[in-house]
Design a protein. Structure first.
Length: 140
């Protein structure tokens, strides 16, 4: 189980990547296709063509770290970009830490159903008596 703090987000590169790439090659994919800074402290996840291998790239403040996993059977179920999942750059989606743990554990995120949660309403300009009077054209 991975257990380190990720101050930024977790971003999954949705296209297959050549996992023969190492630190600098993966960092270039981050800059080119995700439009992100690989030195930001965010975690970047890459998969191979067959979907049986993942590489995670992370900058820990003084150098890159790579974590690599190969499945002996099966494939990772890579989530697609959809309305419920924020996209990053041209070929990336954002993941929550729990979603990454489930992905690494073999769960298919597309079949999971998240129950409704509170979402803070978007802020809009306050409407008060002065705003309403100005909108109706009333003169004081």
């Amino acid at each position: 189980m991975l257990n380190w703090p990720v101050p930024g987000g977790i971003y999954l590169f949705t296209r297959p990547a050549d996992l023969r790439r190492s630190f600098d090659g993966l960092a270039q994919l981050v800059r080119e296709f995700l439009g992100a800074d690989p030195l930001s402290g965010q975690l970047f996840v890459f998969r191979n063509q067959r979907g049986d291998r993942l590489k995670l790239l992370y900058w820990d403040g003084d150098g890159y770290a790579i974590w690599y996993k190969r499945l002996e059977e099966g494939r990772f179920a890579i989530p697609a970009a959809d309305a419920s999942r924020p996209t990053v750059g041209a070929h990336g989606v954002s993941l929550r830490p729990a979603e990454l743990a489930m992905l690494l554990d073999g769960l298919d995120l597309s079949h999971l159903k998240r129950s409704r949660r509170y979402q803070r309403p978007t802020s809009r300009p306050a409407e008060g008596p002065l705003t309403d009077a100005a909108a109706s054209g009333a003169v004081a």
